[in-house]
Design a protein around this ligand. Structure first.
Ligand code: ATP
Ligand code: MG
Length: 444
């Protein structure tokens, strides 16, 4: 992409309404624009990162054997009356009337709708286990939308639902989600710690929230510092292997780690004092097992092997897709702007032409751009007729992890400069070597 043809409305001034760094940088980097309180348009750069995050989630869900689908954003109130949640949800639910005066709502979550799909189609234990998920817009009329996409009213969420014949199978689905979420967040360059949580209006006893530690997080968290040494890494796991999934759950949840809702001072005091930590965290996901709560309420039964009608065990599992952009920026930035982890960066590398209009630098930049594209990479070439300082400032702000700088002086010696956004370190090399290096970093 050529920056001269792109839409990147960078702001020079720091917007006064933004209280936290991720919100400030998302506005300044032209990623989002508020449409009304807690509701945003996703401008091209923000949309690109959103799609990257979404793709990682799809890939990891596929690896775990979960099936993608899509449900509507507007639902009829009827199903919610059946489950009893129409009243429970209170003012967070955006209620709408259609022209026939029917009660509709903008979905805050979809346990009812998926259970309705399930009961209409599944009759036998032979069709289980089943886990389906969607990535879809949700609406919750939050009392205090703030921090940009972090606490929006309209937000993008991955929500998945498992249906299992027994509690044991449903707990395996729970564990599978835990494992796949660990992989998902790590691919985004994040450490998200599973913490014991409270189930809220979704219901159920087994639930973990995934928290990214950050000073600006809205949750207070208490944990054993040993937990921050755990990495899932690139280990292979068979998601059908119950024992293997259970042992990952034990590894990642046996140390003390809780949010303020479930915090237990006495248990916390059993952690050696030098390992006790109190901090703040951003909730980027949550998994639940709630048994037959919804399948009972909506009378979703199947026949078991003996021909008995039995209620189905369920869980639901969410990832805050749009909130993740804020969380990643909170975890990865400096005073000059965002520092995208390679896994989610909107462009793989930036190219800066220090003397636009000079035949030598123009040709070299063209060739670099083509060579990167030929490798399957997606570069952003700043081809604007602007001062070098302004180009560097924009590149730093939008946070591409790698930058290739092309100037007449270097070209005389046959080199360009490759710079890491994270360390600030630069290295001179030939243009071919820079392309090879970047391809190697991204594994292409
Ligand atoms: P919170 O406690 O932050 O209000 P929640 O526990 O009500 O969130 P869940 O029902 O667990 O939310 O939804 C799954 C995920 O969706 C959350 O872990 C969070 O990352 C994200 N999420 C929830 N509410 C919002 C919101 N208002 N804006 C952006 N993301 C949200
Ligand atoms: Mg939650």
């Amino acid at each position: 992409m050529r920056l001269s043809r792109y839409f990147l409305p960078v702001l020079k001034e720091t917007p006064s309404e933004a209280q936290i760094v991720s919100h400030r940088y998302m506005l300044r980097a032209g990623m989002i624009k508020q449409a009304s309180a807690g509701i945003y348009s996703w401008l091209p750069l923000g949309f690109k990162v959103l799609q990257k995050i979404e793709n990682i989630i799809h890939e990891e869900q596929a690896r775990a054997g979960h099936i993608p689908m899509l449900m509507p954003t507007i639902q009829s109130a009827d199903l919610w009356r059946e489950s009893g949640r129409y009243d429970d949800y209170g003012q967070e639910m955006l209620r709408i009337k259609d022209r026939h005066d029917r009660d509709m709502l903008f979905t805050p979550t979809a346990e009812e709708l998926i259970t309705d799909i399930f009961r209409a189609n599944v009759r036998s234990y032979k069709d289980l286990p089943l886990t389906m998920y969607q990535i879809q817009w949700k609406f919750r009329d939050e009392i205090r939308p703030r921090f940009g996409v972090m606490r929006g009213r309209e937000f993008y969420m991955k929500d998945g639902y498992n249906f299992d014949l027994t509690k044991e199978d449903a707990l395996h689905a729970y564990n599978r989600h835990l494992v796949s979420y660990l992989r998902t967040y790590e691919r985004m360059g994040l450490q998200a710690i599973p913490m014991r949580a409270d189930s809220g209006p979704i219901g159920g006893d087994n639930t973990h929230e995934f928290l990214v530690l950050a000073e600006t997080g809205e949750s207070e968290v208490f944990y054993d510092s040993e937990i921050t040494d755990l990495k899932f890494g690139d280990r292979e796991i068979d998601f059908d292997d119950k024992v293997a999934c259970q042992s990952v759950l034990e590894e990642f949840t046996s140390r003390y780690a809780r949010t303020d809702e479930t915090h237990d001072e006495a248990l916390f005091n059993d952690v050696p004092e030098d390992r006790r930590r109190t901090a703040r965290g951003i909730e980027v996901g949550q998994i639940f097992y709630f048994g037959t709560k919804y399948t009972d309420a909506l009378n979703a039964k199947v026949q078991d092997a003996e021909g008995n009608e039995v209620a189905v065990h369920m869980g639901s599992h969410g990832i805050g897709v749009s909130r993740l952009l804020g969380a990643i920026i909170e975890a990865s930035h400096d005073d000059n702007g965002i520092i995208w982890p390679e896994g989610v960066t909107p462009f793989h590398a930036g190219i800066i032409n220090l003397r636009q209009g000079d035949e030598g630098t123009d040709t070299a930049c063209d060739m670099l751009e083509k060579a990167l594209i030929a490798k399957g990479l997606d570069p952003l070439y700043d081809d604007r007729d602007e001062r070098a300082g302004g180009k560097f400032a924009t590149m730093d702000l939008i946070g591409l992890p790698w930058r290739i700088t092309v100037g007449p002086r270097g070209l005389k010696n046959g080199v360009v400069e490759l710079t890491s956004r994270r360390t600030g370190e630069s290295e001179e090399m030939t243009a071919e070597a820079a392309v090879d290096r970047i391809a190697e970093i991204y594994g292409v």
